[in-house]
Design a binder for this molecule. Structure first.
Ligand code: SAH
Ligand code: SF4
Ligand code: F3S
Length: 479
């Protein structure tokens, strides 16, 4: 399989990925050919997922396609005929883990030369990654990206029967593909893509390059998917997009945005609606009003702020200031009283001074976040921030992260404590990792709740009275 004719490969191109065309987005319907529907009979597969919820949703699609081809899932790496690594490129350490994993899987390929090893996801969209795979990871058979998952049957056929290496990554936006099969990982909670791509171009972020232009799925497709999930007994949907608040802004012929979608989905009969992720700059009044008026949209909001310092926000290209962020947040809290808000924060962005960091700490204080994902800035090749002068020592960045995390953890605890003595509604996920007789699930405010109860409650929404509040979870008694 050591193909060396580099011209036949379709490699990613960062310059192309950066461009945004005015062209209308095509909608395709996936259909499996008869020939492809038998390829996987008596064969097995595994998918290893490393990325965000969008990446997990893509893995569910890949699993759906593979099962439609006849493959069955296996827990054993040794016995797999196909292994797909669905990658994430957001930070360097995410990528390093995956290089390690690819190295480790070489042993299985030696044991079973017929094993097909595929690399998918955001890393595949990076030029330097594909070059490195071509040079040093000859045991990877298929490299495909985020825009052409629907072509997986073709790629498997080529790798399996023609014994040819497939490298096919599209750098431009790609179509919206409907009718894709899915094997969902969960029986009562589901991901629902409402849009793809991102046009924000935050200067640190690789996603606009790996996921392409912002494009929304039609409201009819989204509503139909949620209605179908209700029929199947699903209790919760999480609407997915890199910037869900930009939903519908690309529709040419209708004025229909995220707030409208929330109102329509509220009528579908689904018990719980969540969404991720939001951009403060695009969060509008219509969305807040829809949240206020709906009974199924959960009182929880993840609103990444990234930094509290205006010069840093400007260099990040975030289109808001500390003050305007806090205004939006106050408006949100007014519309949805008691809402729980979490965020994302990056420390050590190039040029971040001690004073800038203190601005972030001040914002955290004022915003009263009940949780956050916090990161040290990671340089991503091809993004503008990779070229910014960065003189802050790594040690200082780590110190800032520790200080920030301490404050954030206090926010988690405070956010949990406000439910002491209250009765909350919990969608029961399963038994606790630590004790079989304890059930675990999430409240409407997205708090992890543990309580003693019977396994038959899994998948149900139950009333639980909170008796103890810890930093990471609540304890309660079912009523
Ligand atoms: N579209 C979402 C999520 C993007 S990725 C959003 O805009 O919120 C999730 C988080 O990873 C981001 O919010 C950001 O905090 C972090 N992140 C992205 N690129 C990063 C980088 N180069 N270094 C460190 N953290 C980064
Ligand atoms: Fe990245 Fe910014 Fe888009 Fe989020 S909004 S995916 S951080 S570019
Ligand atoms: Fe990672 Fe791509 Fe998601 S870079 S965070 S898998 S969009």
């Amino acid at each position: 399989m050591n193909n060396i004719d580099l011209d036949k490969y379709f490699k990613p191109d960062l310059n192309k990925a950066r461009k945004r065309s005015k062209k209308e987005i095509e909608e395709l319907k996936f259909q499996l050919s008869d020939a492809h529907s038998k390829i996987g009979i008596n064969k097995t597969y595994q998918i290893h997922t490393y990325g965000c919820q969008g990446n997990e949703a893509d893995s569910e699609t890949m699993a759906g396609i593979l099962e439609l081809m006849g493959f069955t899932h296996t827990d054993s790496e040794e016995n797999s005929d196909v292994i797909i690594i669905n990658t994430c490129a957001i930070r360097e350490n995410a990528e390093n883990r995956i290089w390690g994993e690819l190295g480790r899987l070489k042993a299985y390929k030696k044991q079973n030369p017929n094993l097909i090893l595929g690399l998918a996801g955001c890393m595949s969209q990076e030029e330097n990654v594909v070059d490195r795979v071509l040079k040093k990871y000859q045991h990877v058979d298929i490299v495909f990206g985020t825009h052409n998952i629907y072509k997986l049957p073709e790629y498997i056929e080529t790798a399996m029967f023609a014994k040819e290496r497939v490298i096919e990554v599209y750098s431009q936006e790609g179509e919206i593909v409907e009718n894709l099969p899915k094997v969902r990982n969960h029986q009562f909670k589901a991901w629902v893509n409402i849009m793809f791509g991102c046009d924000e171009f935050c200067t640190y972020c690789i996603v606009p390059y790996t996921r392409g232009k912002e494009r929304s799925r039609s409201k009819e497709e989204v509503i139909a998917e949620v209605k179908d999930l209700v029929k199947q007994g699903y209790k919760e949907v999480t609407l997915l997009g890199q910037n869900v608040n930009a939903y519908g802004k690309d529709f040419k012929d209708q004025n229909y945005t995220f707030g409208d979608l929330l109102r329509d989905l509220d009528q579908t009969g689904i018990a719980r609606i969540r969404f991720t992720t939001s951009h403060p700059h695009d969060l509008d009044l219509k969305t807040m009003e829809a949240m206020r008026d709906s009974s199924h949209v959960m009182p929880y909001f993840h609103l990444p702020v990234q930094s509290g310092a205006n010069p840093v926000l400007k260099k990040m290209n975030r289109h808001y200031t500390k003050e305007s962020y806090l205004n939006v947040l106050n408006e949100l809290k007014k519309h949805v009283p008691g809402i729980s808000v979490t965020t994302d924060i990056i420390v050590g962005f190039p040029g971040e001074t001690e004073a800038d960091f203190l601005e972030t700490m001040d914002l955290v204080e004022k915003a009263d976040f009940e949780g956050a994902f916090t990161f040290v800035f990671s340089k991503r090749e091809g993004t503008p921030a990779a070229t910014f002068e960065d003189l802050t020592p790594e040690e200082t960045k780590k110190e800032r992260l520790y200080i920030l995390n301490d404050r954030i953890n206090a926010g988690y605890l405070k956010g949990n404590q406000r439910f002491l003595g209250e009765t909350v509604k919990v969608l029961v996920d399963g038994v606790s990792k630590y004790d079989e007789s304890v059930l675990a699930g999430y409240s409407e405010h997205n708090k992890l709740v543990n309580f003693k109860g019977d396994k038959s409650l899994i998948g149900q929404i139950v009333d639980v009275k909170i008796t103890q509040a810890k930093t990471w979870f609540l304890m309660g008694e079912s009523l």
